[in-house]
Design a binder for this molecule. Structure first.
Ligand code: AMP
Length: 665
């Protein structure tokens, strides 16, 4: 028996949840459902997003509502349009087998007349954002006199967003004897006040610790120089080939700039912030959900209510202004029992803030080390190997070409073919990361480490296990070619595609000198002192931000991305495979906003990066489907300021400073 049947749900609901793959209730559902099914109680539940809270209230609601009647019996209020649509979709799926069920979403940015018409048809449950619902109440488009249940979802968010008065208005329109169910991720005083004002002896339920984060989230912080933040973000993305992330920024401008830069550098990214119209937001979210985007760059306000499963990483490009928001941000990952990582990229001065967050969320952070360029290469290499292993071969399409291909490659052994095939991509990526700097700020820990063995120099060698070398054979090989005594090679760490060789400092130069123009298995051997690539590289000028790394690895033919005007209507340059699988490195759909001359009100928008173009662009307002340009800053002062999302007055962003050196390369 499905465990939901045992909880007492009717057959139609059990059938629907079984189809959704719900086998047993989540912890919050286990606690909440039996209480709510009694049908006569107020409830305050502390629950994070992603815990299954929608079903925790949605299933009892659909069980208790009388769908043979056309009266509105329940109203669910939530902070954002995204969440509103999500809850509506969820409830519609629970009621799939219930005749006459009509659940209507009511939110701003869409036609109020259509929504009123849908309600008039007999909506038993209305799911709404506070602003639009108040509008409807003002215009007498809703009748809440028969409401038996009011649900406040993400109550803390609604109060944060300044909806307190709207909530008062809405709740005052509903009968006093209704039941009120309140869900909140945190329990600030204002939320407690609501529960006191509107509820009678509510049952209190907690899933997880008060104000604490989800146990399945690993919290990591990286300390970098302010100017290296963007490079660190890319390095993190490159070291996680399957990343599916939300990157949080503080201001709208920064959000847009980071997204633009990521797009330019070849990542599947886009932005979500308060200056986008609803249509634009929907478009971005659609692409993100479909995994055409690897990284969604968002402000706190815009990201509220984002309900996407399988987000692997939340990246705090900047720490939130309100430390409490950290819980909301990190809650976007590790949903539905999955695990996830919440990353903070900070500068040295911000370590204290990490300690404060640790106290609030009652979790310890791990201090991470930004991977080296070669580590990123290695991760990409194995991701590529995995992709090759798992690729679905289209036998019919490829068959005709195989005889000529076999013929062309007939001289090569299996090992050679594999090596060469993988190298076509890998070499380009190695090239991209050649001279990639160490991005970790030089903390005392790093200084200690780099000084730990005086007289020893660490060399990087571009040979490894893939070249069938072991530490013993590598030692012999280096000694033989360079003529240095084998004893001066003190340690060798052989990785799959490269190695680290620690040698007495006096031998290091000899080895580097003798290995110029040496080839191994038809490949140039490259030996570099780690200081060349990992030391104070800022003086060596190796700035990783230059160029489009996707054109270096996995990105295929640069031409396919290079000419933006070419990319208009199709997904021509798109290398990812089709179907549900997300494109990792070298893919990502970028076409939508690339054709800038095409700006129109159906989701197209201007890029902030092209200032000269956007300078004269200022029509409509951000509610009506188009947004103002940031090109002319004076315009911004009159643009809509949504809640506490900064309009980006803080232009001294680290990012804009650190982009400059990129132009040198
Ligand atoms: P929520 O916290 O309501 O946003 O839910 C997070 C995700 O968990 C949603 O995708 C739900 O479909 C899923 N979910 C909710 N309840 C269950 C359950 N009992 N078993 C499996 N998945 C669930």
């Amino acid at each position: 028996m499905n465990k939901f049947e045992a909880l007492g749900f009717n057959n139609a609901i059990v059938k629907a949840v079984t189809e959704l793959g719900f086998e047993s209730p989540t912890p919050i559902q286990e606690k909440v459902i039996p209480v709510l099914l009694t049908g006569n109680t107020d409830l305050v539940a502390l629950a994070q997003t992603g815990t299954g809270k929608t079903a925790a209230f949605g299933l009892p609601l659909t069980h208790l509502v009388d769908f043979t009647s056309r009266e509105t019996q329940a109203v669910i209020i939530c902070p954002t349009r995204e969440l509103c649509m999500q809850i509506t979709r969820d409830l519609q799926s629970y009621t799939k087998y219930i005749d006459g069920a009509n659940i209507v979403a009511v939110y701003g940015g869409a036609s109020i007349d259509n929504q009123s018409r849908d309600i008039k048809k007999g909506a038993q449950i209305v799911v709404a954002t506070p602003g639009r619902l108040c509008d409807m109440i003002d215009r007498r488009r809703v009748n809440f006199s028969n409401v038996r249940f009011a649900v406040l979802d993400e109550a803390d968010e609604m109060l944060n967003m300044g909806f307190k008065e709207d909530l008062d208005t809405i709740l005052s329109q509903t009968p006093e004897e209704k039941n009120t169910w309140l869900f909140s991720a945190t329990m600030p005083d204002e939320v407690l006040r609501i529960s006191k004002n509107y509820m009678e002896k509510p049952v209190e339920i907690t899933a997880g610790t008060k104000n604490s984060g989800n146990d399945n989230i690993e919290h990591i912080y990286y300390v970098v120089q302010a100017r290296d933040k963007y490079a660190a973000l890319k390095r993190i993305a490159d070291s996680n080939p399957d990343i599916f992330a939300i990157v949080f920024c503080r201001t709208r401008i920064e959000t847009q700039e980071i997204a633009d830069a990521l797009i330019k550098d070849g990542y599947g990214a886009d932005s979500l912030h308060g200056d986008l119209s609803q249509q634009q937001r929907d478009h971005v979210m659609k692409r993100y959900r479909a995994r055409s985007l690897q990284m969604l760059v968002a402000t706190d306000v815009a990201a509220r209510g984002i309900d996407v499963n399988d987000v692997t990483h939340v990246i705090n490009y900047n720490l939130p202004d309100e430390i409490e928001n950290y819980t909301h941000r990190s809650g976007r990952t590790a949903r539905a029992g999955k695990t996830g990582t919440s990353i903070c990229i900070i500068n040295m001065k911000e370590v204290g803030k990490i300690r404060i967050i640790e106290r609030i969320i009652k979790k310890k952070f791990i201090q991470g080390t930004i991977p080296t360029g070669f580590e990123a290469c290695e991760k990409q290499l194995f991701s590529l190997v995995k992709k090759i292993h798992n690729v679905e071969v289209n036998e019919a399409a490829i068959e005709a070409y195989l005889p000529s291909i076999y013929d062309e490659l007939k001289e090569l052994t299996r090992e050679d073919i594999i090596k060469r095939f993988v190298s076509t991509e890998f070499n380009r990526f190695l090239d991209y990361y050649k001279n990639a700097p160490d991005l970790n700020a030089n903390t005392s820990r790093d200084r200690e480490r780099s000084n730990s063995t005086p007289g020893i120099t660490k060399l990087f060698v571009n040979l490894g296990e893939l070249d069938s070398l072991t530490s013993a054979t590598m030692k012999e090989y280096i000694s033989e070619v360079s003529g240095v005594d084998i004893a001066s090679i003190v340690n060798i760490e052989v990785k799959s595609s490269f190695s680290f060789v620690e040698v007495k400092t006096e031998s290091a130069e000899i080895i580097q000198g003798t290995f110029k123009n040496v080839r191994y298995n038809d490949r140039n051997v490259r030996i570099e002192s780690r200081g060349d690539s990992g030391g104070d590289r800022r003086s060596s000028g190796g700035y990783e931000g230059s160029g489009n790394r996707r054109s270096s690895f996995g990105g295929g033919d640069r031409k396919s991305y290079g000419n933006r005007s070419d990319r208009g209507g199709d997904r021509g340059g798109y290398r990812g495979n089709s179907g549900g699988e997300r494109r990792s490195f070298g893919s990502g759909e970028r076409k939508s906003y690339s054709d800038r001359s095409n700006g129109n009100s159906t989701g197209e928008r201007k890029s902030y990066s092209d200032r000269s173009e956007s300078g004269g662009y200022s029509k409509g307002n951000s509610d009506s489907g188009e947004r103002k340009s940031y090109g002319d800053r004076s315009e911004r002062t009159s643009s809509r300021n949504t809640g506490n999302e900064s309009t980006g007055g803080d232009r001294k962003s680290n990012f804009s400073r650190e982009r400059r050196p990129r132009k040198q390369f």
